[in-house]
Design a protein around this ligand. Structure first.
Ligand code: PXL
Length: 265
């Protein structure tokens, strides 16, 4: 399985490509990367970070790849720095995804019901159009709200199912408890064990594992169950091992969950 991960490089504070590479590799994937921006740290909780958008390089990298040629079984996109990058990712899908390939979009927009720095309504509207081209989308509760205007996860999921065959809301609190919501012909949900606190990079850990599992041929429910376990164990480890949560998740010693699952596949 050859995977293209489109995401930023945040040099410190584990997220994006520094997470995608090891996690997808643990699923047995050969991973190529298309960096969207180079930052000293991610933007969540740090101040004074550097930010270099890589739009020009992305164009040049793809022009070179077309001479090789390269085609991908899976393309997964995450943090995109501008509306023009969203448009560019659409063309990357067209140029480099195999006809039967899988396009996974993590519509990175915000958390705790707020936009990340630099994003706004217009950016969310454009991200919605990228979601419309995806086979799977992985918004968190904030992102599903920003994409649909619906706070209720069941209603948000139904709205997202109108634009993408398999939306997955990675975690949402309701009166009945804390669930992952996904659409597979109908609305479905899986209960999650809640760990108090906010864990930066958890969405990237989950999205990378999911892209690896689904690209590796796992049925949807099995892929979700395994990724939930991998994430939960990583969160528990992070809770005790990482004093400052903005530095990201300690998922490394849980990668065996993925390598074990892919041993015989
Ligand atoms: O984890 C999502 C993410 C990815 N990349 C950058 C970010 C964030 C969230 O804050 O700032 C640069």
């Amino acid at each position: 399985m050859r995977v293209l991960a489109i995401n930023d490089i945040s040099c410190a504070g584990k997220c994006s490509l520094t997470v995608a590479l090891p996690v997808l590799s643990a699923c047995g994937a050969t991973v190529d990367i298309l960096p969207t921006a180079l930052l000293s740290t991610h933007t969540g909780g740090f101040t004074g970070y550097t930010f270099l958008p890589l739009d020009d390089e992305m164009e040049k990298i793809c022009a070179h790849w077309e001479t090789l040629p390269l085609k991908y079984d899976v393309i997964c996109s995450g943090y995109l720095g501008s509306r023009s990058q969203i448009e560019f990712v659409k063309s990357v899908k067209q140029r480099f995804l195999k006809p039967d390939g899988i396009f996974v979009v993590d519509p990175v927009l915000g958390d705790n019901f707020k936009f990340y720095k630099g994003f706004d309504e217009a950016f969310a509207a454009q991200m919605r159009t990228l979601c419309g081209l995806a086979d799977y989308i992985l918004p968190n509760d904030t992102e599903s709200f920003l994409l649909t205007g619906e706070k209720d996860p069941e209603k948000a999921l139904s709205a997202l199912a109108k634009i993408c065959p398999h939306p997955i809301i990675t975690g949402a609190d309701t009166a009945e408890g804390y669930f992952l919501y996904y659409y597979d012909g109908e609305n479905k949900k899986i209960p999650l064990r809640k760990v108090e606190g906010s864990f930066h990079g958890a969405g990237d850990v989950f999205a990378s594992a999911f892209a690896g599992c689904i690209g590796g041929g796992m049925p949807l429910k099995d892929a979700l169950t395994l990724c939930i376990e991998f994430c939960y164990r990583s969160i528990l480890r992070t809770q005790t091992e990482v004093p400052d949560k903005k530095y990201g998740m300690n998922y490394e010693k849980e990668l065996f969950i993925l390598t074990d699952a892919f041993k015989s596949l």
